[in-house]
Design a protein. Sequence first.
Length: 277
Amino acid sequence: MADTQPQSKAPNFEFRPAQSEFDFATITGLLAAVALIVLALVLGGQYRVFFDGASFLIVFGGTIAITLMATTWTDFRGTVSVLKSTFNSSQIDQQRYAKQLLDLAMIARQKGLIQLQSYESKLRSDGFLLRAIRLIVDGIKPEEIEGLLNQEINSSLQRQERAVKLLYRAADIGPAMGLIGTLVGLVQMLSKLEDPSTIGPSMALALLTTFYGALLGTVILTPLATKLEKRTDDDMMQKILVLSAAVSIARQENPRLLEMQLNTLVAPKNRVKYFEE
């Protein structure tokens, strides 16, 4: 069947990147959880007994130390760097992004691949898409473009997955360090059984490290790891859309075929009807 060229005019391309904004959901959820716990302590009275420097050091300091032992310094620093993204919201509008990729496909189809070079300045905010367009303009074979972009996607995915795994590992270590602190406190308590008046306070202090461990693992680290997983999924989806578009453009396929490919990737509500508008 002949590959008919769409009759639409080349679009007036205006690239609008994903807007990076402060993610109030992350900080609001964290502050709300901490505030509710603190409020419960205050209402219960004697809230000062829940603050102990030694218990804090065992749980928080111990968690950092053991996590460092379980990984490399490079991965640890990388996790801290990636963790910053959990406080930024840069989720793309899949439908709008797919339309912009189709705009580029139409330009390449009607004006030629080399004309994409004139749009590079508009793509500087999207490094992955810019690199893909440059590969196309440089005349790299579609198979090589697909391989290079896939390699970059896999490398990025591995970095982010390492960060997620490290956070989940730290979330497991926190409660374990709390249990160790509790055992230390129990041993100290049992060594002073000759004075019954110290048993109650010593038991409370021993259990405090378990409280800190549960707080660190459940309230802080696990939600951050889950949010980072969501960020990773969004980033991978954006890169896969670019990969599909770049290979299709490099092969000089009909943009209608690219539209069908993109619609198989995005959520049903975000599917585009580019040639019906």
